[in-house]
Design a binder for this molecule. Structure first.
Ligand SMILES: Cc1cc2nc3c(=O)[nH]c(=O)nc-3n(C[C@H](O)[C@H](O)[C@H](O)COP(=O)(O)OP(=O)(O)OC[C@H]3O[C@@H](n4cnc5c(N)ncnc54)[C@H](O)[C@@H]3O)c2cc1C
Length: 495
């Protein structure tokens, strides 16, 4: 590799490939030439439509106009995820993106809420979160001054097309073709990609966005994969798009079933649905039939079965190759973290840019940060499966009784005993997220911080009442989500 990797070749034009191209071209365009090779014959995975709030920061960094992006992708707003039947059959809670209750330096709001409950006061933990209440009532609005925490539901195919147009305006070169062979230098670094039509694309640095197979990172460099399926047993999904039957609510639905769960992602023009399942416990036919029985609207597409393996590439950056997206690993779609990880991966790469050859120290730093980030997300996802009262099927029995990673076991023990959750350095999920999910899955902490007992019954009750009233008053000001979307970013479509 030359001292300065001027020619960056991105193999694969799914969401990962085009996000990487967009970021490099927008932020480092004067330093690099970016080429994306993609194959229409192979196509993209076609799912990945729910996002989380950091995507907004990323779009701002790239100077992507929110309304234009939302119109182009028929996007709606997302305030969180509604989990149904997870803690137990019949249970429901929302993991929202907002902050719950008034914070104090000494103890999180959850301690005051637990103290109130112990004194017999009514009220759900989520009653004190603005975003959560807005989600419940299907309300939404945003403006430059508003502090509402939200993400998007977007059409995956349209998002790729939007990013392609964005990249094309920034000079990214697109090459259509199937990569047939990956040529290496004598030292093992990647030298060039040989396409089926005879074209040879050389590069200084390669980004593998070829999806699960990892054509460069795995099939060529044999980097190795750490398998997490002992904790995350779902390995398949059946996806179908359906007609909308109601105004889009501002949240994703994730409804558990006897061997996994089903997503419902409302867009402006249709709904994305998918049944995620463990093939050991559910056949493909049963999954397809269950999905079609559960969806609300008429199917617009033929149900598509997808296979995946949960785990991580042992080195996301190996030699002169960085893997992003599904090529770098996959946790689970449950908390919509995959697109986020692409964004974080390319941002980290730009920050640790290999300007003087691929220094092993840079690679080690990149890989260690990536590993820590992924393991924390992995733990958060496992939490949803493991902390449950469900024992109604072999799948849930196994989830409930399995050994979980020590890092997660310690968090659960601490929350059970003392109601403490924490966000580690550079961790994606906040204290609020851990708390909402731990309570939502049915953990009832034994103790809480004694600071909460310093308030009299009256003081505590008044404080909670005021907080609840503030939330309700703020939500009352908001329009219906679907009405706001129509006015703010309504997509002009024939459908
Ligand atoms: C069931 C499921 C649900 C998901 N839901 C979410 C979600 O809600 N939110 C979220 O953030 N993420 C989600 N994800 C993950 C998300 O779909 C991916 O992270 C995202 O789509 C990026 O995919 P990709 O670009 O890595 O791979 P792909 O979309 O598979 O793209 C691979 C690209 O490589 C090209 N390619 C492959 N081989 C060759 C070759 N030999 N020659 C030339 N080109 C080649 C393909 O043509 C394609 O362009 C989900 C994933 C699954 C499996």
């Amino acid at each position: 590799m030359t001292a300065h990797p001027k020619n960056i070749v991105i193999a694969g034009g799914g969401t990962a490939g085009w996000i990487a191209a967009a970021a490099l071209a927008r932020k480092m365009g004067q330093l690099v030439n970016v080429r994306v090779i993609e194959s229409e014959v192979i196509g993209t995975i076609g799912v990945g439509e729910a996002t989380i709030p950091p995507l907004r920061t990323f779009h701002k960094l790239l100077q992507i106009d929110e309304q234009a992006f939302m119109r182009a992708t028929a996007a709606t707003f997302k305030l969180g995820i509604q989990f149904e039947n997870w803690g137990d059959i019949g249970d429901s809670y929302i993991h929202s993106f907002g902050v719950t209750g008034q914070q104090s330096w000494l103890a999180e709001f959850v301690h005051f809420h637990l103290s109130a409950k112990a004194r017999g006061f009514q009220g759900d933990y989520g009653d004190y979160c603005f975003e959560l209440e807005a989600a419940r009532q299907h309300k939404f609005a945003t403006s430059p001054k508003s502090n509402i925490q939200y993400a998007y539901h977007l059409d995956a195919g349209d998002y790729v097309e939007f990013l392609k147009r964005f990249c094309s305006a920034l000079g990214v070169v697109r090459t259509e073709g199937v990569i047939e062979h990956v040529a290496q230098h004598d030292n093992g670094d990647i030298k060039a990609l040989h396409l089926q039509d005879g074209d040879i694309v050389e590069g200084d640095f390669f980004i593998d966005c070829t999806g699960f197979k990892g054509l460069l990172i795995e099939e060529t460099l044999n980097t190795g994969f750490e398998d997490w399926s002992q904790w995350l047993m779902c390995d398949s999904a059946c996806a179908v798009q359906t007609q909308s039957t109601q105004p889009a609510p501002p949240y994703t639905r994730a409804a558990a079933h006897h061997a996994g769960w089903q997503w419902e992602i409302p867009l402006q023009h249709r709904v994305g649905n998918g049944l995620v399942y463990a093939s050991r416990f559910m056949s493909d036919d049963e999954a397809r039939d269950t999905l079609l029985k559960n969806v609300k609207g008429e199917p617009l597409t033929t149900p598509k079965t997808l296979r995946f393996k949960t785990g991580r590439r042992k080195q996301a950056w190996n030699r002169n190759c960085l893997a992003l997206g599904l090529a770098s690993g996959f946790v689970e779609p449950l908390e919509s973290t995959s697109i986020h990880l692409v964004m974080m991966g390319i941002t980290r790469f730009m920050q640790l840019f290999p300007h003087s050859g691929h220094d092993p120290a840079l690679i080690a730093e990149y890989n260690s940060q990536t590993q820590a980030e992924l393991e924390r997300i992995r733990d958060f996802i496992i939490l949803h499966y493991h902390v449950t009262q469900r024992e109604d099927s072999p799948f849930w029995q196994q989830c409930k009784t399995m050994d979980v990673p020590d890092s997660l076991a310690e968090r659960i023990t601490l929350f059970k005993a003392q109601a403490h959750a924490f966000q580690k350095q550079n961790e994606l999920f906040r204290v609020d997220s851990w708390t909402q999910v731990m309570l939502g899955q049915g953990i009832a902490p034994t103790h809480f911080h004694p600071a909460a007992t310093m308030l009299t019954d009256e003081q505590l009750q008044n404080s909670l009442k005021q907080q609840r009233e503030r939330v309700l008053a703020a939500v009352k000001q908001l329009p219906e989500h679907a009405d706001f979307v129509k006015g703010y970013c309504g997509a002009m479509r024939g459908e």
